[in-house]
Design a protein around this ligand. Structure first.
Ligand code: ADP
Length: 435
């Protein structure tokens, strides 16, 4: 992260400066050093002011600094400013030639122009050979002039600085290559991200549009459905006691209208962004009892025995309506997915400020892959989808949303052919403050 920011920062910094300012910034360190030599030279190196070569080197430096400021570099190609560091190497060579033995070697100053050349867009071969040959050529007169030391020692001394500069240039080039590589990688990642973002944006928009349609349609369905159910209730009350096929047909219509209303409510709830809960002190054992009571008819029709092992009262701070809805979903699923009959048992346990409600069935169970997706909206296992068990794949996702809104969690243990156990885990004190 930091590396990416540094790379981007360097990139932006380079682009923000104009060509002239860039040349000046590159030249400034050496110009400051040379100014230091010019000012401190007479005291540090007593012979320096008398050396024509030194004076020439310093004058060349001053001219180069002026050129950095005055030349309209933007009119020339990107490699044109490299004439400055090349001439810098000449100036350093002259300074070297002008200083006498025993004094600090100004050859090390070559590192500044070499860094400039190596960081430029010049080819690697050209910048490496320039970094080596320019300091070497500049040192030749000095090598030839000083005849007091043995030739081998003079040669070693003359070659040392160019070799050092070659090493510096190599390090710079490899750092530059790495930087370029990183920049290319970041650019391609950004491009990939852009494509992904465009794809995901489309998907999110489509999902939002789908949720919009679902919620509008469901909302529009609810009012007429409630009216149908209300009127069917009134008809059934009027014809109560009659034993005629009409009563049974009205009852079928009423059951289906109620199923439709339940489906519409589920669709509405799953399309809305948030589940609202209003927790209060509630006896969970009472809710379990009520849930099993209302599932009795469905259980009888499916030849499923219902059992409970929830000693009451079992107090928790929950929204009774929402938790009933969650329990109803789990109990109704447990019966629905036990097509060959069997038993459904609801039990409870408490520990560490949590209450756990287990809804266990001996039904068809699921594969591990299916179990991993049961809480996803609209998911129905392939075994169920191919069969005749009705459902929309919304109940468990709604149940999960309700439980999580309480600061709890839901999990599932299952094996194909060996039944399933769904466990709700709820904090007895209710949802934490953040909820
Ligand atoms: P629906 O029951 O309407 O299909 P749910 O969200 O309640 O939707 O359940 C999603 C899917 O999870 C079901 O279609 C079924 O494949 C699977 N499932 C849920 N409960 C059980 C269970 N007790 N036993 C086996 N499979 C189950």
């Amino acid at each position: 992260m930091l590396r990416q920011r540094l790379i981007r920062g360097a990139d932006r910094y380079g682009k923000a400066l104009g060509p002239r300012a860039r040349v000046l910034v590159c030249q400034l360190p050496l110009a400051v050093m040379m100014a230091g030599v010019a000012l401190a030279g007479p005291a540090a190196w007593p012979g320096l002011p008398d050396s024509t070569l030194c004076r020439f080197a310093l004058a060349l430096q001053a001219a180069l600094l002026a050129a950095c400021v005055l030349v309209p570099w933007q009119r020339f190609g990107p490699l044109a400013p490299l004439v400055i560091p090349i001439l810098d190497l000449v100036a350093i060579g002259l300074l070297r030639d002008g200083t006498s033995a025993g004094l600090p070697d100004p050859g090390v100053l070559s590192v500044l122009p070499v860094v400039w050349i190596s960081a430029s867009s010049l080819s690697a071969a050209a910048s490496l050979s320039l970094s080596f040959s320019a300091p070497l050529l500049a040192a030749l007169p000095w090598l030839l002039a000083d005849r007091t030391a043995p030739l081998a020692a003079r040669t070693a001394e003359a070659v040392l600085v160019p070799l050092m500069m070659l090493a510096v240039s190599l390090a710079m080039r490899s750092a530059r290559a790495r930087l370029r590589h990183e920049q290319r990688r970041i650019k391609s990642k950004e491009a990939e991200l852009g494509v992904l973002l465009a794809e995901v944006t489309g998907l999110v928009d489509a999902l939002a549009a789908k949720d919009d349609v679902v919620s509008t349609v469901s909302h529009e369905f609810r009012t007429p459905l409630t009216s149908i159910i209300g009127n069917l209730d009134l008809v059934l009350a009027d014809i109560e006691g009659l034993d005629s096929p009409v009563v049974r047909r009205v009852e079928v219509a009423q059951r289906n209208a109620e199923r439709l209303l339940a489906l519409v409510s589920d669709l509405l709830m799953s399309a809305s962004a948030a589940v609202h809960v209003h927790p209060r002190r509630t006896d969970l054992a009472g809710l379990v009892e009520a849930s099993l009571g209302s599932a009795q008819a469905q259980a009888q029709a499916s030849r499923v025995r219902l059992a409970t092992d929830v000693p009451g009262p079992l107090w928790a701070n929950v929204d009774p309506l929402r938790i009933s809805q969650a329990l109803d979903n789990l109990v109704s699923n447990a019966i629905k997915y036990s097509p060959d009959g069997g038993s459904v048992r609801v039990s409870a346990s408490t520990a560490d400020g949590l209450v756990r409600l287990h809804v266990e069935d001996t039904g068809m169970g699921m594969t591990a892959a299916d179990a991993g997706r049961v809480f996803t909206r609209f998911f129905r296992s392939p075994a169920v989808r191919d069969g005749s068990i009705p459902g929309a794949g919304l109940g468990l996702s709604i149940t999960k949303a309700i439980v999580e809104r309480h600061g709890g969690s839901i999990s599932c243990r299952t094996r194909p052919g060996h039944g399933s156990t769904f466990t709700l885990e709820l904090p007895t004190d209710g949802p934490p403050a953040a909820f």
